[in-house]
Design a protein around this ligand. Sequence first.
Ligand code: HSE
Length: 307
Amino acid sequence: MKRIRVFAPASIANLGCGFDIMGLALDEVGDILEITLSEGDGLTIKNESGVPLPDDIEQNVITPVVRKFMEMTGNKAQVDVVIQKKIYPGSGIGSSSASSAAAAVGMNALYGEPLSEEDVVICAMEGENLASGGYHADNAAPAVMGGIVLIRGYEPLDIIKLPVPGDFYCSVIHPKLVVSTKEARSILPKKVPLHDAITQWGNVGGLVAGLCSGNIGLVGRSMRDTIAEPYRKDFIPGFDELREKVLATGALAMNIAGSGPSVFSLASRNDIAKKAGQVMNRHFDALGIPYESYVVKVSNKGTRLIA
Ligand code: HSE
C-alpha cells in the first residue's frame, strides 16, 4: 500500500486578455488530498474538507483525472482519495483545477512519475472539462506548474512558463453570487470582430513582453479584455465603477477572475494590494452582497507533495 498527501494551489485564469490561454498560481490557498493505492481496481472519494461537494463520484472532478491517468499509463489499482482541504467551489480561483491538479500530480508521484509535466496537465484538464464543459488549461497548468503560464497552443498542448517579475500580489474578492463556468462560457459569442481580436492579441503580446522584461506598467496596461469581459461583467454589479476605484489605489489592473463572479486586482506592492482589497470589500458591503476576500502573493510553486 502506498499513501501520499498532496497540496495544489488556487489559481487565476485569463489575466484579462488571455482568455483560456493564461493563468497564475496563488500562494498558500489550495486543496489537500490524501491518496492511497492498494491491490484491486476501483476508486473511492471521501470528503473530509467541510466544503459541500456532490456525493455522486461521477460528478467529482477527481474521477475523470484518475481514470485518464490509468488510461495513459496502462495501470490499475484501488485508489482511495480523501479530500482534506478544499477551496469553495465557484470561488473563481480554480477550485476544480486545484483538486484535478492534486489528483494528477499525486497519481504520477505514486507511480514513480511516468508522465511528463505536460501529460500531467492533460490529466488535470479532464477534471476541468467535467466542471466547465471545456478542455482549457489556464487554471490547470498554473496549478500543476506554478508561476504565470501561457498556453501557446492546445493542439498539441504547448505550455510556456513565464517569469514572475519580483513580488506580485493579488487581491481577490468572491462575492456570493451564483455564476457557473458553463453559463459564463455559453453566453460568449462564437465569432469575434477583427477590431476586438487585434486589440486582444496586442494586449497578450504586451502582457508577455511586460512579464519577460519586468516592465510592470506594460503588464498593467495589457491586462484588458475585449472578448469575454464585455459579456460577463454584467454578472458583477458595478464592475466598471469598482475598477475605477481599484485602479485609483495604484493597482496595476483589475479583471474578472476566470469566469467570475470573483474579481481580482494585481499589484506590485503588498500595501497597494491591501488597499485595493479594502476598496473591493467596501463596494460589496455597500451593495449588501456577502463575500470572501483575500490578499495573496503570486507563487512560483505548483502542486507538491507535503508531509
Ligand atoms: N478560461 C476559463 C473561462 C476559465 O474564462 O471560462 C474558467 O475558470
